[in-house]
Design a binder for this molecule. Structure first.
Ligand code: FES
Ligand code: FES
Length: 179
């Protein structure tokens, strides 16, 4: 089998890699880039433990082959926090004790992020559907759903205060210019 060269951006960092076309995105992340936060459960697209975002869409990294990610942007659990601060989803999972063994948690968090990116205020049923592809053996899901609801609320509040801050700065600047 002939090797191929692919270019991917993972958590904001560009990588050019020599790999084989039958290698899975999961292998590239865990073995080539040592991003072992993404877990392998079933390896056949059933458990969702390997969920990452490819161009913003939640996918099972165990089902995606190297050529399919050439030129794409990938976000893994390692890229979820920003500047050393936990993402509101991560904080909410801690606050709600929304994990036990934690094996499903990276996949659960990435699926939740994909959901909130397109639906910032989901209903309980929409959360249930959005996370349906990730299986948890431990928590019974209720704490997970509650954590996602809290994170959604926190993200909305941050967005509103950001808009208010931006609007306030613009008004202050205009007032200054008018003087
Ligand atoms: S390891 Fe990918 S879906 Fe289970
Ligand atoms: S916390 Fe153990 S599988 Fe979800």
């Amino acid at each position: 089998m002939e090797a191929l060269s692919i270019q991917i951006k993972v958590n904001g960092h560009s990588h050019r890699l020599q790999t084989f076309p039958n290698r899975r995105l999961l292998d590239i992340l865990r073995e080539d880039l040592t991003l072992t936060g993404t877990k392998e459960g079933c390896g056949i697209g059933e458990c969702g433990a390997c969920t990452v975002l490819v161009d913003g869409e939640a996918v099972n990294a165990c089902l995606i082959l190297a050529p399919q990610v050439d030129g794409r942007e990938i976000l893994t659990i390692e890229g979820l926090s920003e500047r050393g601060s936990l993402h509101p989803l991560q904080q909410a999972f801690i606050d709600h004790f929304a994990f036990q063994c934690g094996f499903c948690t990276p996949g659960m968090l990435m699926a939740a992020k994909a959901l909130l990116d397109v639906n910032p205020s989901p209903s309980r049923e929409e959360i249930r559907q959005g996370l349906a592809g990730v299986l948890c053996r431990c928590t019974g899901y209720i704490q997970i759903f509650e954590a996602v609801e809290d994170a959604a609320q926190a993200l909305l509040e941050t967005a509103v205060s950001g808009i208010e801050g931006t609007a306030g700065a613009a008004i202050a600047q205009r007032t200054e210019e008018a003087r």
